[in-house]
Design a protein around this ligand. Structure first.
Ligand code: NDP
Ligand code: 8X3
Length: 256
């Protein structure tokens, strides 16, 4: 297991769920962290907690990954040494609604496409040149089982995660001669704010998603991310698919 002490790790979507769990797992490894999310208050509270508990340095950058100018300006505001990000965890993402294509909301489609695809591209476009310059770094994208198999009503969300899968494979080719690793960690059902966001705060509908199933915890996913990040220099984990025991695929869930 490679030692990550003092490495610089930037995590998008660190204010909740998988991103927050990744922040905690990386903090245990004594890295320097850059936490990104729109909800600044949340990442500030998390940063103070992690700085205190693990004696590490943490920066907070509050921005919307959908806005390229904002991504660029906020990243530019970092001191030079912090721009040399060793690990970029492209985690920010969301699903909005569950509809058939003939009744889907255009605003939901825009939000998913702009966040999950363009947001991931925006952040990668700003940070990766510094990795290329140093011929070193690791990009870890959070995909989904929805990017491997579609499910009824999941149309646009699945399409965005199929796009993440194809971007991971393309980045791998883009970086092949640059000494930069590229991985994807693709979870099934994880118990986070994901379903609350999907159903716009309808908590009882969100809870139904996990009925009769023990879902993954965000920590389960973060541990897979840490596994990718701590392999020896000659090893690249291309893809990890991780699901609850009771979930065989996007469509096959055994509910007790
Ligand atoms: P959460 O809703 O708990 O977390 C999502 C995170 O993304 C939040 O920190 C949110 O921060 C951030 N985010 C959303 N939109 C933006 C934006 N425009 N700009 C910046 N940050 C943004 O969900 P999860 O932890 O579950 O989701 C994390 C990733 O995991 C997503 O890519 C999701 O698709 C994927 N995933 C989730 C699964 C699940 O079952 N939960 C399964 C498979 C994949 P803020 O609102 O503060 O900006
Ligand atoms: C999130 C999991 O099954 O809701 O990517 O698509 S699912």
């Amino acid at each position: 297991m490679v030692n990550l002490k003092d490495k610089i790790v930037l995590i998008t979507g660190a204010s909740s769920g998988i991103g927050e769990a990744c922040a905690k797992e990386f903090a245990k490894q004594k890295v320097r962290l850059i936490l990104v999310a729109r909800r600044e208050e949340r990442i500030k509270i998390l940063s103070q907690k992690l700085e205190k508990e693990f004696s590490i340095k943490v920066k907070c950058l509050a921005f919307d990954v959908r806005n390229y100018e904002e991504v660029e300006n906020k990243f530019d505001s970092l001191e030079t040494e912090w721009k040399n990000v060793d690990f970029l965890i492209n985690n920010a993402g969301l699903a909005k609604g569950l509809d058939k294509v003939y009744s889907g909301k255009l605003s939901d489609w825009d939000e998913m496409i702009d966040t999950n695809i363009k947001g991931l591209l925006n952040v990668t476009r700003v940070i990766s040149p510094f990795m290329v310059e140093r011929q070193s770094g690791h990009i870890i994208n959070i995909g989904s089982t929805a990017g491997h198999e579609v499910y009824t009503y999941g149309n646009v969300y699945s399409a965005t995660k199929f796009a993440v899968k194809s971007l991971t494979q393309s980045f791998r080719l883009d970086m092949l001669d640059k000494g930069i690793k590229v991985s994807s960690v693709d979870p099934g059902m994880v118990y986070t704010e994901f379903s609350k966001v999907r159903f716009s705060g309808d908590d009882s509908r969100a809870e139904q998603v996990y009925k009769g199933v023990t879902p993954l915890s965000p920590e389960d996913v973060a541990e897979a991310v840490i596994f990718c990040a701590t392999r020896p220099q000659n090893v690249n984990i291309n893809e990890i698919i991780i699901t609850p025991l009771q979930q065989a695929s996007s469509t096959q869930v055994y509910r007790k």
